[in-house]
Ligand binder design. Structure first.
Ligand code: IDP
Ligand code: MG
Length: 139
C-alpha cells in the first residue's frame, strides 16, 4: 500500500559541517511537511539494527562507525509520493553522481559520508520511522 510518508536522517557529516538548517530549508522548500523530528545519537546497536540489510556488505563496519560517531537529526516527512520524491531531492548515493541541486550534491562529503538518508520504499519508510519514533512523537 502506498503511503505519503518517508523517513530521513541528517547524517553525522552534515551535522558536523553545520548543514542542519540548510538541509531542513531544502526539505521545506520542496513541499515536505515534518510530522516527527528529533536530534539524537545512534548507539552501535541502533546502527547495526537500522542497517541490518547491509550487514554482509564490505562497508558495513565503516557505515556503523560513521553513523554513530556523532549526532543526527531523524525525521518523518509527509508529502504526496513522499518516498520517490525525497529520493529525487537527495540525489544518488555517491555525491559525484548526484544531480545538480540535490541535497547530496550540495552537502555530502563522500560516498560513505553522504549527508542524508532517505527510505527506499513505503514499507521501509514505515519500519524506519517506527525504529526512531514512538507513536506519540508522530503528528
Ligand atoms: P542509499 O543511502 O542511497 O539508499 P545504500 O546502498 O542503501 O544507499 O547504502 C546505505 C548507506 O551506506 C549509504 O547512504 C552510504 O552512507 C553507505 N554506503 C553505500 N555504499 C557504500 C560504499 O561502497 N562504501 C562506503 N559506504 C557506502
Ligand atoms: Mg538505502
Amino acid at each position: 500500500m502506498a503511503t505519503n510518508r518517508t523517513f530521513t536522517m541528517i547524517k553525522p557529516d552534515a551535522v558536523e559541517n553545520g548543514y542542519i538548517g540548510a538541509i531542513l530549508e531544502k526539505i521545506n522548500a520542496s513541499g515536505f511537511k515534518i510530522v516527527a523530528m528529533k536530534y539524537t545519537q545512534m548507539s552501535k546497536r541502533d546502527a547495526e539494527t537500522f542497517y541490518a540489510i547491509h550487514s554482509e556488505r564490505p562497508f558495513f563496519g565503516e557505515l556503523v562507525e560513521f553513523m554513530t560517531r556523532s549526532t543526527i537529526v531523524a525525521a518523518i516527512l509527509e508529502k504526496d509520493n513522499a518516498v520517490e520524491d525525497f529520493r529525487t531531492l537527495i540525489g544518488a548515493t555517491n555525491p559525484v553522481d548526484a544531480a545538480e541541486g540535490t541535497i547530496r550534491k550540495l552537502f555530502a562529503t563522500s560516498l560513505s559520508e553522504n549527508a542524508v538518508h532517505g527510505s527506499d520504499s513505503d514499507e521501509n519508510a514505515a519500519i524506519e520511522g517506527a525504529f526512531h519514533f514512538a507513536g506519540r512523537e508522530i503528528f
